[in-house]
Design a protein around this ligand. Structure first.
Ligand code: CU
Length: 510
Protein backbone atom coordinates (compact mmCIF):
# COMPACT_ATOMS: atom_id res chain seq x y z
CA UNK A 1 0.00 0.00 0.00
CA UNK A 2 1.14 3.46 -0.69
CA UNK A 3 -0.03 4.97 2.56
CA UNK A 4 3.00 6.16 4.47
CA UNK A 5 1.54 5.36 7.83
CA UNK A 6 2.77 1.80 7.92
CA UNK A 7 5.85 2.10 5.81
CA UNK A 8 9.41 2.20 7.05
CA UNK A 9 12.38 3.77 5.34
CA UNK A 10 13.82 1.65 2.57
CA UNK A 11 16.89 -0.26 3.70
CA UNK A 12 19.83 -0.93 1.48
CA UNK A 13 19.64 -4.39 -0.02
CA UNK A 14 22.03 -6.26 -2.22
CA UNK A 15 19.51 -8.64 -3.75
CA UNK A 16 15.83 -9.18 -4.23
CA UNK A 17 14.07 -8.61 -0.92
CA UNK A 18 12.56 -11.97 0.00
CA UNK A 19 9.35 -12.61 1.83
CA UNK A 20 10.63 -12.56 5.32
CA UNK A 21 9.18 -12.05 8.71
CA UNK A 22 10.91 -10.78 11.74
CA UNK A 23 10.10 -9.01 14.91
CA UNK A 24 10.50 -5.28 14.83
CA UNK A 25 12.44 -5.33 18.06
CA UNK A 26 14.96 -7.66 16.53
CA UNK A 27 15.19 -5.55 13.40
CA UNK A 28 15.95 -2.49 15.48
CA UNK A 29 18.40 -4.36 17.68
CA UNK A 30 20.23 -5.97 14.80
CA UNK A 31 19.65 -3.20 12.30
CA UNK A 32 22.37 -4.15 9.87
CA UNK A 33 21.53 -7.83 9.94
CA UNK A 34 17.89 -7.11 9.33
CA UNK A 35 18.70 -4.85 6.45
CA UNK A 36 20.81 -7.59 4.91
CA UNK A 37 17.92 -9.94 5.00
CA UNK A 38 19.39 -12.29 7.55
CA UNK A 39 16.75 -14.21 9.37
CA UNK A 40 17.15 -14.36 13.06
CA UNK A 41 13.76 -14.84 14.51
CA UNK A 42 10.30 -15.62 13.36
CA UNK A 43 7.05 -14.38 14.72
CA UNK A 44 4.29 -16.88 15.33
CA UNK A 45 0.72 -16.89 14.21
CA UNK A 46 -2.09 -19.35 14.18
CA UNK A 47 -3.57 -20.76 11.01
CA UNK A 48 -6.17 -18.42 9.61
CA UNK A 49 -9.27 -19.73 11.27
CA UNK A 50 -10.75 -16.57 12.70
CA UNK A 51 -14.44 -15.83 12.38
CA UNK A 52 -14.08 -12.11 11.98
CA UNK A 53 -14.75 -11.10 15.55
CA UNK A 54 -11.37 -9.47 15.93
CA UNK A 55 -11.46 -7.64 12.62
CA UNK A 56 -11.01 -4.09 13.85
CA UNK A 57 -8.52 -2.39 11.53
CA UNK A 58 -10.04 -0.09 8.91
CA UNK A 59 -9.61 -1.55 5.44
CA UNK A 60 -6.97 0.37 3.53
CA UNK A 61 -8.15 1.59 0.14
CA UNK A 62 -5.42 1.84 -2.52
CA UNK A 63 -5.30 5.51 -3.57
CA UNK A 64 -6.35 6.46 -7.08
CA UNK A 65 -3.19 7.43 -8.93
CA UNK A 66 -3.26 10.98 -10.26
CA UNK A 67 -2.50 11.42 -13.91
CA UNK A 68 -1.89 14.29 -16.28
CA UNK A 69 -2.89 14.84 -19.88
CA UNK A 70 0.17 15.31 -22.09
CA UNK A 71 -0.06 15.44 -25.88
CA UNK A 72 -3.41 13.67 -25.85
CA UNK A 73 -2.25 10.89 -23.53
CA UNK A 74 -3.25 10.23 -19.95
CA UNK A 75 0.13 9.80 -18.28
CA UNK A 76 0.66 7.85 -15.07
CA UNK A 77 3.88 7.47 -13.11
CA UNK A 78 4.82 4.35 -11.18
CA UNK A 79 7.98 3.65 -9.23
CA UNK A 80 8.87 0.10 -8.26
CA UNK A 81 10.56 0.13 -4.88
CA UNK A 82 11.50 -2.04 -1.92
CA UNK A 83 11.12 -1.45 1.78
CA UNK A 84 9.65 -2.90 4.91
CA UNK A 85 6.00 -2.99 5.83
CA UNK A 86 4.11 -3.98 8.97
CA UNK A 87 1.59 -6.24 7.25
CA UNK A 88 0.55 -7.90 10.49
CA UNK A 89 0.62 -5.97 13.78
CA UNK A 90 4.14 -6.26 15.19
CA UNK A 91 5.43 -8.21 12.20
CA UNK A 92 7.50 -6.41 9.60
CA UNK A 93 8.05 -7.89 6.18
CA UNK A 94 10.63 -7.09 3.55
CA UNK A 95 8.28 -5.98 0.78
CA UNK A 96 8.13 -4.45 -2.67
CA UNK A 97 5.52 -2.17 -4.16
CA UNK A 98 4.74 0.62 -6.58
CA UNK A 99 4.91 4.23 -5.25
CA UNK A 100 5.22 2.74 -1.78
CA UNK A 101 6.68 -0.26 -0.06
CA UNK A 102 3.72 -2.59 -0.58
CA UNK A 103 1.11 -2.93 -3.35
CA UNK A 104 0.45 -0.03 -5.72
CA UNK A 105 -2.08 2.71 -6.40
CA UNK A 106 -5.17 2.18 -8.52
CA UNK A 107 -4.93 3.32 -12.14
CA UNK A 108 -8.16 4.33 -13.84
CA UNK A 109 -8.86 5.21 -17.46
CA UNK A 110 -11.85 5.51 -19.77
CA UNK A 111 -12.39 3.41 -22.88
CA UNK A 112 -11.07 5.24 -25.91
CA UNK A 113 -8.36 7.12 -24.02
CA UNK A 114 -4.69 6.85 -24.88
CA UNK A 115 -2.65 6.08 -21.82
CA UNK A 116 1.07 6.05 -21.07
CA UNK A 117 2.69 4.77 -17.90
CA UNK A 118 6.18 5.79 -16.86
CA UNK A 119 7.45 2.83 -14.85
CA UNK A 120 10.70 3.58 -13.04
CA UNK A 121 12.55 0.67 -11.48
CA UNK A 122 14.01 1.71 -8.14
CA UNK A 123 14.58 -1.90 -7.12
CA UNK A 124 18.08 -3.39 -6.99
CA UNK A 125 16.93 -6.08 -9.45
CA UNK A 126 15.26 -6.12 -12.87
CA UNK A 127 11.49 -6.15 -13.00
CA UNK A 128 8.65 -5.66 -15.48
CA UNK A 129 5.16 -4.17 -15.40
CA UNK A 130 2.52 -6.40 -17.00
CA UNK A 131 -1.01 -5.08 -17.61
CA UNK A 132 -3.02 -8.19 -16.83
CA UNK A 133 -6.17 -8.52 -18.92
CA UNK A 134 -5.39 -5.53 -21.13
CA UNK A 135 -5.88 -5.63 -24.90
CA UNK A 136 -2.73 -3.97 -26.21
CA UNK A 137 0.31 -4.56 -28.46
CA UNK A 138 2.67 -7.27 -27.20
CA UNK A 139 5.53 -4.76 -27.13
CA UNK A 140 3.65 -2.79 -24.42
CA UNK A 141 2.52 -5.83 -22.42
CA UNK A 142 5.33 -5.85 -19.84
CA UNK A 143 6.61 -9.41 -20.02
CA UNK A 144 10.22 -10.52 -19.61
CA UNK A 145 10.78 -9.25 -23.17
CA UNK A 146 10.28 -5.74 -21.79
CA UNK A 147 12.48 -6.02 -18.70
CA UNK A 148 13.23 -2.81 -16.83
CA UNK A 149 16.79 -2.66 -15.52
CA UNK A 150 17.47 -1.12 -12.11
CA UNK A 151 17.38 2.66 -12.47
CA UNK A 152 15.66 2.56 -15.87
CA UNK A 153 12.24 3.91 -16.84
CA UNK A 154 9.95 2.11 -19.30
CA UNK A 155 7.17 4.13 -20.94
CA UNK A 156 4.59 1.89 -22.59
CA UNK A 157 1.54 3.46 -24.23
CA UNK A 158 -1.63 2.16 -25.80
CA UNK A 159 -5.24 3.04 -26.46
CA UNK A 160 -7.83 1.64 -24.07
CA UNK A 161 -10.03 -0.45 -26.34
CA UNK A 162 -12.11 -2.84 -24.25
CA UNK A 163 -15.20 -2.85 -22.02
CA UNK A 164 -15.27 -1.62 -18.44
CA UNK A 165 -13.40 -4.12 -16.26
CA UNK A 166 -11.26 -4.69 -13.19
CA UNK A 167 -7.78 -5.38 -14.52
CA UNK A 168 -4.53 -5.39 -12.60
CA UNK A 169 -0.80 -4.90 -13.00
CA UNK A 170 2.12 -6.88 -11.65
CA UNK A 171 5.70 -7.85 -12.57
CA UNK A 172 6.37 -10.69 -14.98
CA UNK A 173 10.15 -11.31 -14.80
CA UNK A 174 10.94 -14.82 -15.95
CA UNK A 175 11.52 -17.05 -12.93
CA UNK A 176 11.02 -14.25 -10.38
CA UNK A 177 7.29 -13.57 -10.57
CA UNK A 178 6.25 -15.45 -7.43
CA UNK A 179 8.86 -13.59 -5.39
CA UNK A 180 8.02 -10.12 -6.70
CA UNK A 181 4.23 -10.44 -6.70
CA UNK A 182 4.40 -12.26 -3.37
CA UNK A 183 6.43 -9.39 -1.95
CA UNK A 184 3.60 -7.01 -2.78
CA UNK A 185 4.01 -5.81 -6.35
CA UNK A 186 0.41 -5.64 -7.50
CA UNK A 187 -2.18 -2.98 -8.18
CA UNK A 188 -5.60 -2.55 -9.73
CA UNK A 189 -6.22 -0.99 -13.16
CA UNK A 190 -9.86 0.00 -13.66
CA UNK A 191 -11.37 0.52 -17.09
CA UNK A 192 -14.52 2.64 -17.30
CA UNK A 193 -17.04 3.11 -20.06
CA UNK A 194 -18.44 6.54 -20.94
CA UNK A 195 -21.90 5.31 -19.98
CA UNK A 196 -22.39 4.28 -16.35
CA UNK A 197 -23.56 0.75 -15.64
CA UNK A 198 -25.93 1.58 -12.79
CA UNK A 199 -23.74 -0.38 -10.38
CA UNK A 200 -22.23 1.25 -7.28
CA UNK A 201 -19.31 3.32 -8.55
CA UNK A 202 -18.16 5.68 -5.78
CA UNK A 203 -14.55 4.54 -5.36
CA UNK A 204 -13.68 3.76 -1.77
CA UNK A 205 -17.28 4.35 -0.63
CA UNK A 206 -19.43 1.71 -2.30
CA UNK A 207 -17.02 0.53 -5.01
CA UNK A 208 -14.14 -1.20 -3.25
CA UNK A 209 -11.12 -3.05 -4.60
CA UNK A 210 -10.11 -6.06 -2.48
CA UNK A 211 -6.59 -7.27 -3.23
CA UNK A 212 -6.32 -10.57 -1.38
CA UNK A 213 -2.93 -12.09 -0.61
CA UNK A 214 -1.57 -14.63 1.82
CA UNK A 215 1.70 -14.22 3.69
CA UNK A 216 3.61 -16.48 6.03
CA UNK A 217 3.98 -15.63 9.70
CA UNK A 218 5.62 -18.43 11.61
CA UNK A 219 8.24 -19.55 14.04
CA UNK A 220 11.15 -21.68 13.00
CA UNK A 221 13.80 -21.27 10.39
CA UNK A 222 12.00 -21.24 7.09
CA UNK A 223 14.12 -19.36 4.60
CA UNK A 224 12.19 -16.66 2.82
CA UNK A 225 10.95 -17.27 -0.64
CA UNK A 226 12.17 -20.83 -0.79
CA UNK A 227 10.13 -23.70 0.38
CA UNK A 228 7.16 -24.54 -1.69
CA UNK A 229 5.34 -27.02 0.49
CA UNK A 230 2.24 -27.34 -1.65
CA UNK A 231 2.09 -28.80 -5.17
CA UNK A 232 0.70 -25.51 -6.44
CA UNK A 233 3.26 -23.22 -4.80
CA UNK A 234 3.74 -21.09 -1.74
CA UNK A 235 0.74 -21.04 0.59
CA UNK A 236 0.80 -18.46 3.36
CA UNK A 237 -0.93 -18.87 6.70
CA UNK A 238 -2.13 -15.29 7.11
CA UNK A 239 -4.41 -13.37 4.80
CA UNK A 240 -4.19 -9.64 4.15
CA UNK A 241 -6.53 -7.47 2.09
CA UNK A 242 -5.17 -4.28 0.50
CA UNK A 243 -2.27 -4.85 2.88
CA UNK A 244 -4.61 -4.80 5.89
CA UNK A 245 -4.63 -7.62 8.41
CA UNK A 246 -8.12 -8.55 9.72
CA UNK A 247 -9.75 -5.59 7.99
CA UNK A 248 -13.06 -3.95 8.77
CA UNK A 249 -15.18 -1.88 6.39
CA UNK A 250 -18.02 0.26 7.74
CA UNK A 251 -20.52 0.48 4.90
CA UNK A 252 -22.47 3.68 4.45
CA UNK A 253 -24.57 2.34 1.61
CA UNK A 254 -26.91 -0.60 1.26
CA UNK A 255 -25.16 -2.04 -1.81
CA UNK A 256 -21.42 -2.65 -1.87
CA UNK A 257 -19.59 -3.49 -5.05
CA UNK A 258 -16.47 -5.48 -4.19
CA UNK A 259 -13.89 -5.86 -6.92
CA UNK A 260 -12.06 -8.91 -5.65
CA UNK A 261 -8.60 -9.67 -7.02
CA UNK A 262 -6.79 -12.83 -5.99
CA UNK A 263 -3.22 -11.53 -6.02
CA UNK A 264 -1.88 -14.56 -4.18
CA UNK A 265 0.84 -16.77 -5.59
CA UNK A 266 -1.10 -20.02 -5.31
CA UNK A 267 -3.89 -19.91 -2.74
CA UNK A 268 -7.45 -20.18 -4.05
CA UNK A 269 -10.32 -18.54 -2.17
CA UNK A 270 -13.86 -19.88 -1.95
CA UNK A 271 -15.80 -16.75 -1.04
CA UNK A 272 -19.04 -16.72 0.90
CA UNK A 273 -20.87 -14.51 3.38
CA UNK A 274 -20.98 -15.55 7.04
CA UNK A 275 -24.71 -14.82 7.05
CA UNK A 276 -25.35 -17.51 4.45
CA UNK A 277 -26.94 -14.86 2.24
CA UNK A 278 -26.27 -14.86 -1.47
CA UNK A 279 -24.32 -12.13 -3.22
CA UNK A 280 -24.47 -11.20 -6.89
CA UNK A 281 -21.63 -11.76 -9.33
CA UNK A 282 -21.80 -8.80 -11.73
CA UNK A 283 -18.42 -8.96 -13.45
CA UNK A 284 -15.62 -11.39 -14.25
CA UNK A 285 -12.02 -10.83 -15.41
CA UNK A 286 -12.85 -8.99 -18.62
CA UNK A 287 -16.03 -7.10 -17.85
CA UNK A 288 -19.64 -7.14 -16.75
CA UNK A 289 -22.10 -10.00 -17.07
CA UNK A 290 -25.36 -9.44 -19.00
CA UNK A 291 -27.20 -9.62 -15.65
CA UNK A 292 -26.30 -10.03 -11.98
CA UNK A 293 -25.86 -13.71 -11.13
CA UNK A 294 -26.85 -14.69 -7.57
CA UNK A 295 -24.59 -17.21 -5.89
CA UNK A 296 -23.77 -18.49 -2.43
CA UNK A 297 -20.07 -19.09 -2.98
CA UNK A 298 -17.42 -18.31 -5.56
CA UNK A 299 -14.03 -19.92 -6.18
CA UNK A 300 -11.30 -17.52 -7.22
CA UNK A 301 -7.88 -18.84 -8.29
CA UNK A 302 -4.76 -16.66 -8.53
CA UNK A 303 -5.06 -13.66 -10.89
CA UNK A 304 -8.82 -14.03 -11.34
CA UNK A 305 -11.11 -11.12 -10.52
CA UNK A 306 -14.74 -11.13 -9.52
CA UNK A 307 -16.95 -8.11 -9.12
CA UNK A 308 -19.62 -8.96 -6.59
CA UNK A 309 -22.39 -6.86 -5.07
CA UNK A 310 -23.14 -7.50 -1.41
CA UNK A 311 -26.34 -6.22 0.21
CA UNK A 312 -25.60 -4.74 3.62
CA UNK A 313 -28.57 -4.40 6.00
CA UNK A 314 -28.48 -1.39 8.29
CA UNK A 315 -27.47 -3.31 11.41
CA UNK A 316 -25.31 -5.84 9.61
CA UNK A 317 -22.12 -7.29 11.06
CA UNK A 318 -20.99 -9.93 8.62
CA UNK A 319 -17.81 -11.44 7.28
CA UNK A 320 -16.75 -12.16 3.75
CA UNK A 321 -14.82 -15.36 4.29
CA UNK A 322 -13.18 -18.27 2.52
CA UNK A 323 -14.44 -21.78 3.16
CA UNK A 324 -13.20 -25.26 2.20
CA UNK A 325 -13.36 -26.22 -1.44
CA UNK A 326 -12.25 -28.94 -3.81
CA UNK A 327 -9.16 -28.31 -5.92
CA UNK A 328 -9.42 -31.82 -7.32
CA UNK A 329 -6.06 -33.06 -6.12
CA UNK A 330 -5.42 -35.80 -3.59
CA UNK A 331 -6.77 -35.05 -0.13
CA UNK A 332 -3.26 -34.42 1.15
CA UNK A 333 -2.35 -32.12 -1.74
CA UNK A 334 -5.62 -30.21 -1.39
CA UNK A 335 -4.93 -29.80 2.32
CA UNK A 336 -1.38 -28.47 1.92
CA UNK A 337 -2.72 -26.17 -0.80
CA UNK A 338 -5.08 -24.52 1.66
CA UNK A 339 -8.29 -25.99 0.29
CA UNK A 340 -9.52 -27.09 3.71
CA UNK A 341 -8.91 -23.76 5.44
CA UNK A 342 -11.65 -21.51 6.76
CA UNK A 343 -10.80 -17.88 7.50
CA UNK A 344 -12.28 -14.42 7.49
CA UNK A 345 -11.31 -11.98 4.74
CA UNK A 346 -13.26 -8.79 5.43
CA UNK A 347 -15.67 -7.78 8.17
CA UNK A 348 -18.46 -5.54 6.91
CA UNK A 349 -20.73 -3.60 9.22
CA UNK A 350 -23.74 -1.60 8.15
CA UNK A 351 -24.40 0.71 11.07
CA UNK A 352 -24.66 3.73 8.85
CA UNK A 353 -26.00 2.05 5.76
CA UNK A 354 -28.71 4.22 4.27
CA UNK A 355 -31.38 2.89 2.00
CA UNK A 356 -30.17 2.66 -1.54
CA UNK A 357 -31.57 1.47 -4.82
CA UNK A 358 -31.47 -2.17 -5.80
CA UNK A 359 -29.33 -3.80 -8.42
CA UNK A 360 -29.91 -3.17 -12.10
CA UNK A 361 -31.53 -6.21 -13.70
CA UNK A 362 -29.53 -5.82 -16.91
CA UNK A 363 -25.91 -4.75 -17.31
CA UNK A 364 -24.01 -3.40 -20.32
CA UNK A 365 -22.11 -6.51 -21.33
CA UNK A 366 -20.07 -7.12 -24.46
CA UNK A 367 -21.58 -9.78 -26.73
CA UNK A 368 -19.82 -13.11 -26.83
CA UNK A 369 -18.27 -14.25 -30.10
CA UNK A 370 -19.78 -17.20 -31.92
CA UNK A 371 -18.01 -20.53 -31.63
CA UNK A 372 -14.95 -20.27 -33.82
CA UNK A 373 -14.95 -22.56 -36.83
CA UNK A 374 -11.35 -21.98 -37.78
CA UNK A 375 -8.23 -23.09 -36.01
CA UNK A 376 -8.51 -25.38 -33.00
CA UNK A 377 -5.47 -25.88 -30.83
CA UNK A 378 -4.90 -28.37 -28.02
CA UNK A 379 -2.88 -27.70 -24.90
CA UNK A 380 -1.95 -30.38 -22.40
CA UNK A 381 -1.15 -29.13 -18.92
CA UNK A 382 1.49 -31.26 -17.19
CA UNK A 383 3.04 -30.78 -13.77
CA UNK A 384 4.91 -27.66 -14.84
CA UNK A 385 4.76 -27.91 -18.64
CA UNK A 386 2.45 -27.00 -21.51
CA UNK A 387 2.39 -29.64 -24.26
CA UNK A 388 5.42 -31.21 -22.62
CA UNK A 389 7.57 -28.12 -22.99
CA UNK A 390 9.07 -25.60 -20.64
CA UNK A 391 9.23 -21.89 -21.35
CA UNK A 392 11.93 -20.82 -23.79
CA UNK A 393 12.10 -17.10 -24.43
CA UNK A 394 13.68 -17.81 -27.80
CA UNK A 395 10.90 -20.13 -29.00
CA UNK A 396 7.60 -18.97 -30.47
CA UNK A 397 5.19 -21.79 -29.71
CA UNK A 398 2.14 -20.53 -31.54
CA UNK A 399 1.57 -18.21 -34.49
CA UNK A 400 -1.95 -16.77 -34.57
CA UNK A 401 -3.59 -14.74 -37.36
CA UNK A 402 -4.15 -11.21 -36.04
CA UNK A 403 -7.83 -10.49 -35.52
CA UNK A 404 -8.90 -14.14 -35.74
CA UNK A 405 -10.88 -16.16 -33.20
CA UNK A 406 -9.55 -19.61 -32.31
CA UNK A 407 -10.73 -22.50 -30.17
CA UNK A 408 -8.22 -23.36 -27.46
CA UNK A 409 -8.83 -26.78 -25.92
CA UNK A 410 -7.17 -27.28 -22.56
CA UNK A 411 -6.68 -30.54 -20.72
CA UNK A 412 -5.02 -30.94 -17.33
CA UNK A 413 -3.51 -34.41 -17.41
CA UNK A 414 -1.43 -33.84 -14.26
CA UNK A 415 -2.32 -34.42 -10.64
CA UNK A 416 -1.87 -30.75 -9.84
CA UNK A 417 -4.41 -27.96 -9.91
CA UNK A 418 -3.58 -25.30 -12.50
CA UNK A 419 -5.07 -22.26 -14.04
CA UNK A 420 -4.50 -20.84 -17.50
CA UNK A 421 -4.00 -17.21 -18.45
CA UNK A 422 -3.73 -15.85 -21.98
CA UNK A 423 -2.21 -12.41 -22.49
CA UNK A 424 -3.58 -9.79 -24.86
CA UNK A 425 -7.14 -11.11 -25.01
CA UNK A 426 -10.31 -11.82 -23.08
CA UNK A 427 -11.87 -15.18 -23.91
CA UNK A 428 -15.21 -16.91 -23.48
CA UNK A 429 -15.47 -20.40 -21.99
CA UNK A 430 -17.46 -22.52 -24.45
CA UNK A 431 -17.34 -25.65 -22.29
CA UNK A 432 -15.87 -26.71 -18.99
CA UNK A 433 -15.21 -30.37 -18.13
CA UNK A 434 -17.30 -31.33 -21.13
CA UNK A 435 -20.38 -29.42 -20.04
CA UNK A 436 -21.80 -25.99 -19.39
CA UNK A 437 -19.30 -23.68 -17.71
CA UNK A 438 -19.68 -22.99 -14.00
CA UNK A 439 -21.69 -19.81 -13.34
CA UNK A 440 -18.48 -18.05 -12.31
CA UNK A 441 -16.97 -18.76 -15.73
CA UNK A 442 -19.80 -17.53 -17.97
CA UNK A 443 -18.48 -14.01 -18.48
CA UNK A 444 -15.37 -12.63 -20.16
CA UNK A 445 -12.28 -14.29 -18.73
CA UNK A 446 -8.52 -14.09 -19.08
CA UNK A 447 -7.70 -16.76 -16.49
CA UNK A 448 -9.50 -20.03 -15.81
CA UNK A 449 -9.02 -22.66 -13.11
CA UNK A 450 -8.55 -26.25 -14.32
CA UNK A 451 -8.54 -29.09 -11.81
CA UNK A 452 -6.60 -32.33 -12.37
CA UNK A 453 -8.36 -34.26 -15.12
CA UNK A 454 -10.32 -31.17 -16.05
CA UNK A 455 -10.85 -29.65 -19.47
CA UNK A 456 -11.87 -26.28 -20.84
CA UNK A 457 -12.77 -25.11 -24.34
CA UNK A 458 -12.04 -21.45 -24.90
CA UNK A 459 -13.22 -19.16 -27.68
CA UNK A 460 -10.32 -16.75 -27.95
CA UNK A 461 -10.71 -13.58 -30.03
CA UNK A 462 -7.22 -12.28 -30.72
CA UNK A 463 -6.23 -8.67 -31.18
CA UNK A 464 -5.18 -6.97 -34.37
CA UNK A 465 -1.71 -5.89 -33.27
CA UNK A 466 0.35 -8.01 -35.65
CA UNK A 467 4.00 -8.15 -34.58
CA UNK A 468 6.09 -11.11 -35.70
CA UNK A 469 8.95 -10.33 -33.34
CA UNK A 470 7.29 -9.69 -29.97
CA UNK A 471 5.36 -12.52 -28.32
CA UNK A 472 2.52 -12.57 -25.85
CA UNK A 473 2.54 -15.20 -23.09
CA UNK A 474 0.11 -17.91 -22.08
CA UNK A 475 0.79 -19.73 -18.85
CA UNK A 476 -0.29 -21.14 -15.54
CA UNK A 477 -0.91 -18.33 -13.05
CA UNK A 478 0.05 -20.44 -10.07
CA UNK A 479 3.19 -18.36 -9.89
CA UNK A 480 5.54 -21.08 -8.80
CA UNK A 481 4.42 -23.20 -11.76
CA UNK A 482 4.96 -20.20 -14.04
CA UNK A 483 8.41 -19.63 -12.58
CA UNK A 484 9.18 -23.32 -13.16
CA UNK A 485 8.54 -22.77 -16.86
CA UNK A 486 4.83 -23.52 -17.27
CA UNK A 487 4.57 -20.81 -19.90
CA UNK A 488 4.65 -20.48 -23.67
CA UNK A 489 4.55 -17.72 -26.29
CA UNK A 490 2.40 -16.70 -29.23
CA UNK A 491 2.74 -13.98 -31.82
CA UNK A 492 0.09 -12.31 -33.94
CA UNK A 493 0.82 -12.38 -37.65
CA UNK A 494 -0.60 -10.80 -40.79
CA UNK A 495 0.49 -13.98 -42.55
CA UNK A 496 -0.41 -17.62 -42.08
CA UNK A 497 -1.13 -19.00 -38.63
CA UNK A 498 0.88 -22.00 -37.51
CA UNK A 499 1.18 -24.31 -34.57
CA UNK A 500 4.72 -25.41 -35.25
CA UNK A 501 7.19 -23.87 -32.81
CA UNK A 502 9.62 -21.53 -34.51
CA UNK A 503 12.72 -19.93 -33.17
CA UNK A 504 12.28 -16.37 -32.05
CA UNK A 505 13.46 -14.03 -34.82
CA UNK A 506 15.50 -12.19 -32.22
CA UNK A 507 16.96 -15.35 -30.71
CA UNK A 508 20.47 -14.35 -31.68
CA UNK A 509 20.15 -11.16 -29.70
CA UNK A 510 19.18 -12.74 -26.39
CU1 CU B 1 -0.15 -24.55 -12.54
Amino acid sequence: MSSDSHNRPTPTTDGPPPIQIKRRTLLIGLGALGAMGVIGYWATAAKPNNNGSTFATALRIPPLLESEMLDGERVFRLSAQAGETELVPGVWFATMGFNGTHLGPTLRAVRGEKVRVHVTNNLPVATTAHWHGMLLPASQDGTAHQAIAPGATWKPSWQIDQPAATLWYHPHPHGQTELQVGSGMAGVFLIDEQTPSGLPSDYGVDDIPLIIQDVTVQSGGQRPGTPTTAPIGRIGNTVIVNGTHEPHFAATTRQLRLRVLNASAARCYNLELSTGEQFHLVGTDGGLLPAPSPMGSLLLSPAERAEIVVTVPQDADLVLRSVPHDLGMSKGDDMTSGAEDTFGILRITGAGAATAGGLPTALPSARHPGRASGIERHFILGDTTINGKSMDMDRIDTVVAAGSTEMWMLENTSKRAHNFHVHGTQFVVAAENGGTPEPRNRGWKDTIFIAPGGTAELMVPFGGYADPTTPYMYHCHMLWHEDQGMMAQYVLTDGEPSSEPVMHPNAMHH
